[in-house]
Design a binder for this molecule. Structure first.
Ligand code: SF4
Length: 308
């Protein structure tokens, strides 16, 4: 209900950074029945002092509301001008030219067209932090030949606490692909306890995910391992999962996007492999057939072959 507080007190500071909201509340709330005040304030916000169309003329607290007083003063001033009276009494609410943190900033003064909705002032939006993370979709062939993926658990505090993800590590900005592969190979080695060759890491693509305060780019690589791999359980919880188990695990949306990118790449790779197989087969077929597709006799076939 800080927004209502901003209007009633005509406070030009952003609602979340008003000074001492607790002191204001202590002065207003009846300690024996604090719930009544809270309820009343919530109802006022929901039915009268709404964010976009406040009903000031019907408001039960308009006599105490400095934002409304300001609108009334403007109306009075307009009517004085209309009838030729120009004497205006200075008001403390007009002091927004100095450095007072409670007044509307001089750079964004009162806008008459907005009326009381000049309050609350929104805080300037902070630009999200830009971060890069290297991620590897580490695969092995599971039962029935379907791929299984290694996922590891994030720390229990901080961003995406406790969620599962593909092995990842933050990247310093400006690293080239070869350098990214080197740091990622070192990181993976800690998990798999076996040397990881950078040339085996296959670039999948970049996946962008926007958190509320972070513009995160995942640089995705894939690596297929042969045989069974003993994981280093001492580092952090980790496990192999099928695609189905991955989707049922506590993984972030960003990681689901990463897996999708890998699956798209796999689809493209198998499409290319099928295409080249078909080409080879059609070349072979052409060598043993007539232009009409009729198979040649062995003698005719051998005659048709160019000398070595
Ligand atoms: Fe909100 Fe208007 Fe009431 Fe002030 S007078 S509290 S701005 S509805």
């Amino acid at each position: 209900e800080a927004s209502r507080g901003c209007r009633v007190s005509a406070c030009g500071a952003p609602s979340h950074s008003q000074p001492s909201p607790r002191d204001m509340a202590n002065a207003l709330v009846d300690r024996s029945r604090p719930g009544d005040f809270n309820q009343a304030l919530m109802e006022l916000g929901a039915t009268v002092c709404t964010p976009k169309s406040p009903l000031c003329r019907e408001c039960p607290v308009k006599e105490h509301c400095h934002a409304w007083h300001r609108v009334e003063k403007e109306l009075a001033s307009a009517s004085q001008k209309l009838f030729g009276k120009t004497t205006l009494v200075p008001d403390v609410e007009d002091c927004g030219t100095g450095s007072c943190p409670l007044c509307l900033p001089a750079a964004e003064p009162w806008d008459s067209s907005l009326g009381v909705t000049n309050f609350p002032r929104k805080a300037a939006k902070k630009q999200p932090r830009v971060e890069w993370t290297a991620t590897c979709v580490l695969e092995r062939r599971g039962r029935l030949g379907a791929p299984e993926y290694l996922i590891v658990q994030r720390p229990s505090s901080g961003l995406l606490a406790g969620l599962w993800e593909f092995p990842s590590l933050p990247l310093a900005p400006g690293l080239q692909e070869e350098q990214q592969k080197e740091v990622l190979a070192d990181h993976l080695q800690a998990w798999t306890r076996q040397p990881v060759q950078t040339q085996n890491l296959c670039f999948v693509g970049e996946v962008v995910h926007i958190f509320s305060h972070i513009h995160q780019t995942y640089v995705v690589y894939s690596l297929c391992l042969d045989g069974d791999v003993a994981l280093d359980a001492a580092s952090s919880p980790s496990r192999w999962v099928t695609e189905e188990e991955f989707r049922a695990s506590a993984v972030s949306t960003a990681m689901k996007k990463v897996l999708k990118a890998r699956e798209t790449q796999r689809g493209a790779q198998s499409g290319r492999a099928k295409g080249s197989k078909r080409k080879r087969e059609s070349k072979l077929g052409a060598a043993g057939s007539t232009p009409t597709g009729t198979q040649l006799s062995l003698r005719a076939f051998l005659r048709a072959q160019p000398p070595p």
